[in-house]
Each structure stands twice: as structure tokens, then as C-alpha cells.
Design a protein around this ligand. Structure first.
Ligand code: DAU
Length: 364
């Protein structure tokens, strides 16, 4: 048993970005004890961490960030040096149908964690840090000609999801200003990579290509997103955990802002190359549907990463094409992961039926 010199709480470590981060920290830092607190809601998946679950510096705790008794116990037991708060309700479309759960988790859950940070970290000489994971969606929407968002862009969220994340960000900022707590805000754009729950655009598209089902594009697919490889995001977090400045926000952008339709076509091309299929045939699967986000659908997100690049030397290493290649390959190699997720309960099928059913003539 190695001597432990840091204890790290990662919340939401069974989710998409969270599981990549847990894996990175467990393998890269054998002298850090990594405690993963995850409520295992529909998007959490313990299969994401099969490869590290037996490591001696890893502990999984099943529970909610909203559970006062549990969070208190964990802070007392582990005397955390770092808290990396990744747990969240994160799907914009679901936030339109059920906003309350987004407030419960993203706002109330964050406040609960911050209250224990306040209780346990107010005194002491340890170099502690709380990392608050937020999103570029808090800044609202850009037009085609606007410069990308940066750390000084005013907040202007447009969906229940982004509003809950804006509140999460503001509470972190306020706890830094009011109580001097060591908070750092991590602002990311759209992440791309393996292990992402199937409801989001990239895995949804790949899974439906594999099953030769229609691919739903909202409106005309002209909205633009900045795609950052999940490994690049985790490397940025690693750098910020060790060298970020307290009280600051850092934008982690991917230099990869493209339209949804171009991204989907890129995925189709990559899929066809890897599976030796004809692009024209698979492009026929694209189905433009009435935009369920309506007027609140933000047109463009794009993140300027100059601050973290100039201060700490981080740059995204993956182009969007490389990320698409790696991700399509991952889902093709992990069809069992996708099928297990669908079989686990009916939540994915139920979501697809209720959200797309009539528009895609989806059948049970
Ligand atoms: O920008 C960061 C955010 O990126 C994160 O904070 C969110 O947690 C994450 O979900 C993501 O939000 P988006 O709404 O951009 O991701 P999503 O994959 O749901 O959608 C990407 C774009 O694709 C968006 O413009 C809506 C569109 N879309 C999405 C789905 C699921 C479609 O056209 N068809 C679809 O079926």
C-alpha cells in the first residue's frame, strides 16, 4: 500500500467526463486517494470504470451530492485536499421537460458541497481547492461574427439547464468572495469521446448509424458548437488542479467550432470509412426534425482558451477530425457497452420514444 499524500473527491465520476478524469487521476497519481461520489442516475455507468475499480487508491461511494449526512461523513473521513465537482444533470432537452431536477442537483447539490467546504476548510494550512465544473452555455448564444466567449463574457443563459449551471457558477464565485474559499471555475464547451451516454448528439448519431436508424437533426442543423476532446479537457483539469489560481475561471475551448450538420456528416464519413460502407447510403439516414428547443436553441458556442494557454501552457491537442475518428472507433469497438446501457433499464428507450418517437416513426 503506497503512502497517500492527497485525497481527492470527484463527484459524478461514473459519468462521461467524470469517468475519464477518475481514470486519469487513479492511474497517474498512485499516491492520491480518489473518492468517486456518484448517485448513479440514468446517465451514470459503473461499467465506465471497470478497468480501475480494483485499484487500491480508488474508492467508489454510491450517493448523492445533495445528501447532507453522507457528504459530511466523507469530508470528515477523508479530509479532502481537492474536490472536483463534475456531478450534474447535463442534458438541455431533458431540462426543458423537467427543470426542477436540474435545480435540485446543479444548484442545491453544489450548495450542499460548498457548505461542507466552508465547514471543513475554513481553517487549516492545507493547500485545498474546489473545482466547479460549469459550461459555456451560461454565456448564452453567439452570432456567426461574434468573437468567442471568454472569462469576461457576461452571463446570459437561455435554458433551464444553462440557468442552473449559471447559478452553480455564481454560488461558487460567491463562496470565494464571501468566505474566501479556494474555488476555481472550469468552463468547458461540448466534449467528445468514448463513454458518453447515448442521448447526446455524437453518441446518438454513431449508435443510430450502427443500427441503421434515422439520425435526427434539429431544424436545419446550422447551430455551431465548439468540440473539445475529453482527453484534452481532463488534461486541462489536471493542470488547473495543480497550478490554477484561486478565485479564477478558466475557459477550456477546443478550437473546433463547426455546424451540427457538418459534424454529423463528418461522423457519417468516418463511420463509412471504418466499416467499408457507402457514404451516400448512410447520409440518407439524416432526418431534419422540428427543433424541440425552439427559440431557446442557442445558435453558436465558441470558447477562447487564451487564458489557460498563456498562463499555463495548455492547448487542445486533438482536431475535431481526430476526435471524430477516435470516437467513432470507440463506439464501434464497444457496441456491448451501448447494448448493456440500453438493456440496464428502459430509460434510454423511453427517452427516445418520448422525445423523438412520432418525429422518427420510432418503434418499440
Ligand atoms: O456547450 C457545453 C454543453 O454541451 C454541455 O454543458 C452540455 O452538458 C452538453 O450536453 C452539450 O450541450 P448541447 O446541447 O450543445 O449538446 P447536445 O449533444 O445535446 O446537442 C448538440 C447540438 O446538436 C445542439 O445544437 C442540439 C443538436 N442536436 C442534438 C440532439 C440530441 C440535434 O440536432 N439532434 C439531436 O438529436
Amino acid at each position: 500500500m503506497k503512502k497517500i499524500d492527497k485525497t481527492v473527491l470527484i463527484t459524478g465520476g461514473c459519468g462521461f467526463i467524470g469517468s475519464h478524469l477518475v481514470r486519469l487521476f487513479v492511474t497517474k497519481y498512485p499516491t492520491y486517494k480518489i473518492v468517486n461520489l456518484d448517485a448513479m442516475t440514468y446517465a451514470g455507468n459503473q461499467d465506465n470504470l471497470n478497468d480501475v475499480e480494483k485499484e487500491e487508491n480508488y474508492v467508489y461511494v454510491h450517493g448523492s451530492i445533495c445528501d447532507k449526512h453522507l457528504v459530511d461523513k466523507l469530508f470528515k473521513m477523508y479530509d479532502f485536499d481537492y474536490v472536483i465537482h463534475m456531478a450534474a444533470e447535463s442534458h438541455v432537452d431533458r431540462s426543458m421537460t423537467n427543470p426542477t431536477v436540474f435545480v435540485d442537483t446543479n444548484v442545491m447539490g453544489t450548495i450542499n458541497l460548498l457548505n461542507f467546504v466552508r465547514k471543513y476548510w475554513a481553517e487549516g494550512n492545507k493547500e485545498r481547492r474546489f473545482f466547479n465544473m460549469i459550461t459555456d452555455e451560461i454565456f448564452g448564444s453567439l452570432s456567426i461574427d461574434d468573437p468567442p466567449f471568454d472569462e469576461n463574457t457576461p452571463i446570459d443563459p437561455h435554458s433551464p439547464y444553462s440557468t442552473s449551471k449559471a447559478a452553480q457558477y455564481l454560488f461558487g464565485k460567491t463562496y470565494f468572495e464571501s468566505y474566501g474559499l479556494p474555488i476555481i471555475s472550469l468552463c468547458c464547451g461540448n466534449a467528445i469521446g468514448g463513454y458518453q451516454y447515448l442521448e447526446k448528439l455524437v453518441p446518438l448519431t454513431i449508435d443510430r448509424l450502427i443500427n441503421k436508424q434515422e439520425i435526427p437533426i434539429y431544424g436545419e442543423g446550422k447551430q455551431m458548437r465548439d468540440w473539445t476532446n475529453v482527453h484534452d479537457i481532463c488534461n486541462a483539469i489536471d493542470i488547473l488542479v495543480h497550478d490554477g489560481s484561486v478565485g479564477e475561471m478558466y475557459c477550456i475551448g477546443g478550437d473546433a467550432c463547426i455546424t451540427n450538420i457538418d459534424l454529423v456528416k463528418m461522423i457519417i464519413r468516418e463511420y463509412c470509412v471504418l466499416t467499408n460502407n457507402k457514404v451516400v447510403e448512410y447520409e440518407k439516414l439524416i432526418k431534419f426534425i422540428v427543433d424541440p428547443r425552439g427559440k431557446s436553441h442557442d445558435f453558436r458556442y465558441d470558447l477562447n482558451h487564451d487564458k489557460i494557454t498563456n498562463e499555463l501552457g495548455w492547448m487542445p491537442k486533438y482536431t475535431v477530425k481526430e476526435s471524430v475518428h477516435e470516437t467513432v472507433e470507440w463506439y464501434l469497438e464497444n457496441t456491448e457497452w451501448c447494448e448493456a446501457l440500453k438493456k440496464r433499464d428502459n430509460s434510454y428507450d423511453n427517452w427516445v420514444m418520448s422525445h423523438y418517437g412520432a418525429k422518427l416513426k420510432e418503434k418499440k
